[in-house]
Write a protein that binds this ligand. Structure first.
Ligand SMILES: Nc1ncnc2c1ncn2[C@@H]1O[C@H](COP(=O)(O)OP(=O)(O)OP(=O)(O)O)[C@@H](O)[C@H]1O
Ligand SMILES: O=P(O)(O)OC[C@H]1O[C@H](OP(=O)(O)OP(=O)(O)O)[C@H](O)[C@@H]1O
Ligand SMILES: [Mg+2]
Length: 386
């Protein structure tokens, strides 16, 4: 494992944008030409000229398949000719190109204007976006990729009785000459967190993976890495500490503010994607339940249903008369009822339905629940000042 020492950026700066552009002048003066090296994204008021809207999705890693599955569930299936082809289409969304990229490159390319929209983990937006105001969270909770970025220390040795960030900070061992050594891939968020929490004597090293090995190898005292199940920490004799969580993360939809405002069609496409995501994620936790109930009127049936705590549905039950012909007359002594029920409460709800006379109970999955309002859309317009 190669670990390069990083200078902890203890200057207190929270943003390293805009990046600088270096212009090298080479060749003899007579045949002078300019070679422009771009060291990083430049905060530029213009956006690259193109007519297509670009949507960045994770090309591999643990976010990749869950992202495609979510889009598919929203009827936005991505058509990719083969897995090594990095450009694809979503037939439902005209004029949109999907580009498969590594999550950190999605964030970098949103900042540089080479992508307009993207789905990545919130940790990646925070680490590689570095607070850049051009990045806008359109949907902050896509409900997969859950993890948290956390500081962890060994369970043994000098750390045996250390259980909080405060106790770690107060350990007499850390001095200017012998600072706390932290191994992390989060070289922006790590130092920022330490500064904000008043840890003065800290130094950082980085590696591309298997960071949990660093303390046992004697390379670091602590690590700052993503945790989901906690198994990797446990298997390497490490523990999390109180107040040691830097951020909670899950998959998010992020956009470039400049693209939303300046690139024709971006706002409309974002609206459609957002509406589908919100409506689908609301629906995921619910079932539609239909049943028949005998009764004298729709009101009387509704009253019986509403007497049960788990049967009120999203906005109360829908009760429709079922008409039947009896002795030559059309009558309705049966009613069809429709309610939405949280998946977790399904069995309880079915029992309550039966208790008030429900029969022929049908349960079906829901694809979307479109509300009148899309709260996140209004929030987006507000952020954009529109
Ligand atoms: N246990 C976890 N460890 C790491 N990432 C996780 C975990 N659980 C969820 N994630 C999410 O998955 C994202 C992508 O992780 P993954 O390691 O697959 O990709 P990557 O970091 O781009 O690839 P690599 O680790 O090869 O550089 C993370 O940024 C995070 O949002
Ligand atoms: O809490 P857990 O469920 O155990 O997950 C946490 C581990 O998963 C990630 O590593 P990854 O699998 O990406 O391997 P890597 O170290 O090679 O990046 C992360 O960097 C942790 O090491
Ligand atoms: Mg990884």
């Amino acid at each position: 494992m190669s670990m390069s020492m990083l200078q902890p950026c203890l200057s207190g700066s929270t943003s390293s944008f805009p990046f600088k552009r270096t212009v090298l002048v080479c060749c003899a003066p007579s045949q002078q030409s300019h070679v422009e090296l771009v060291n990083g994204p430049v905060l530029d008021a213009r956006i690259p000229q193109r007519t297509e809207i670009r949507f960045g999705l994770p090309s591999k890693g643990r976010m990749a398949s869950d992202t495609l599955d979510l889009l598919k569930d929203c009827q936005l299936s991505v058509k990719q000719v083969n897995p090594r082809q990095y450009v694809a289409q979503i037939p439902q969304l005209a004029n949109l190109e999907v580009w498969f990229q590594r999550p950190k490159d999605i964030v970098r390319k949103l900042v540089s204007g080479d992508l307009d929209l993207g789905i990545v983990g919130f940790d990646t937006v925070s680490e590689y976006g570095q607070g850049n105001e051009d990045l806008i969270l359109v949907h902050d909770a896509l409900e997969y990729g859950d993890c948290h970025l956390s500081l962890a220390i060994p369970k043994y040795g000098i750390f045996e009785n250390i259980n909080s960030l405060k106790e770690l900070a107060q350990m007499p061992q850390w001095t200017a000459e012998k600072p706390l050594r932290v191994a992390t891939g989060f070289t922006y968020l790590g130092p920022k967190f330490m500064i904000e929490n008043g840890l003065k004597y800290v130094t950082f090293s980085t590696a591309d993976g298997a960071l949990e090995a660093a303390p046992a190898m004697g390379i670091a005292d602590a690590i700052l890495d993503l945790v989901s199940s906690g198994t990797t920490l446990k298997e390497n004799n490490l523990k999390e500490i109180k107040c040691g969580i830097v951020l909670e993360s899950q998959a998010v939809l992020v956009a470039s503010r400049k693209a939303l405002i300046q690139r024709k069609g971006t706002l409309d496409i974002t609206h459609e994607i957002l509406e589908r995501l919100e409506a689908h994620l609301r629906a995921v936790g619910q079932f539609t339940v239909t049943a028949n109930m005998r009764g004298s009127s729709a009101e009387e049936v509704a009253e019986r249903i509403l007497s049960q705590p788990s049967l009120s549905g999203l906005q109360g039950p829908t009760v429709n008369p079922v008409f039947r012909k009896r002795d030559g007359k059309v009558a309705s002594d049966y009613f069809a009822i429709v309610i939405c029920v949280p998946k977790k409460a399904l069995y309880k709800s079915v029992k309550q339905l039966r208790a008030v006379g429900g029969s022929g109970v049908l349960v079906s999955p829901l694809t979307y629940i479109f509300d009148e309002e899309t709260p996140r859309w209004h929030e987006l317009l507000r952020k954009l000042g529109l």
